[in-house]
Design a protein around this ligand. Structure first.
Ligand code: CO
Length: 165
């Protein structure tokens, strides 16, 4: 495994729509393994392939250490309710803001071997799924921020949301 460089949103690097993954091969597996190492090293909870400069529809989420979710070609098939809480992104270091997201979502995706999976996400996982799928569509969280908050406010809010990392 190798660490990859996480892009900041300079010059709109994260504004492009990523393409579908077609080959569920070693190249994809290396990408996903590298993304996991990069995510863990950076101390985040989610990372999308375009954040490491690969414009493919793949993302990972690890809300609890050791419980990795990999989503390839994810599609949001339902979204209900709303929650307003603070959010951040590894591509925007030190920036936090309040973002309204669905509370309950269902996502259809594929695993790294090309097998179809369905993920039901509530609260924090719903937020993370929406955030990562946005990245694959070239949308960054700052486009949804209603109010920016400082680091202390964001950390207090993260605890309230149940982040364990
Ligand atoms: Co992000």
């Amino acid at each position: 495994m190798a660490l990859r460089t996480i892009l900041n949103n300079d010059e709109g690097a994260l504004s492009k729509r990523s393409r579908e993954v077609v080959n569920f091969d070693t190249r994809l597996h290396i990408l996903l393994d590298d993304m996991r190492e990069t995510l863990n090293s950076a101390g985040g909870v989610g990372l999308a392939a375009p954040q490491v400069g690969v414009l493919r529809r793949a993302a990972i989420i690890e809300l609890t250490e050791g419980e990795l979710i990999e989503i390839i070609n994810p599609e949001l098939i339902s979204a209900e309710g709303s929650q307003n809480a603070s959010e951040g992104c590894l591509s925007f270091p030190g920036i936090y803001g309040m973002v309204e997201r669905a509370v309950n979502v269902e996502v259809k995706a594929f695993d790294r071997y090309g097998k179809e999976i369905k993920i039901i996400g509530n609260e924090l996982l719903a937020r993370a799924l929406c955030h990562e799928i946005d990245h694959l569509n070239g949308v960054v969280f700052t486009e949804h921020v209603t109010e920016y908050v400082d680091r202390e406010e964001a950390e207090a809010d993260r605890k309230r949301q149940g982040y364990r990392r």
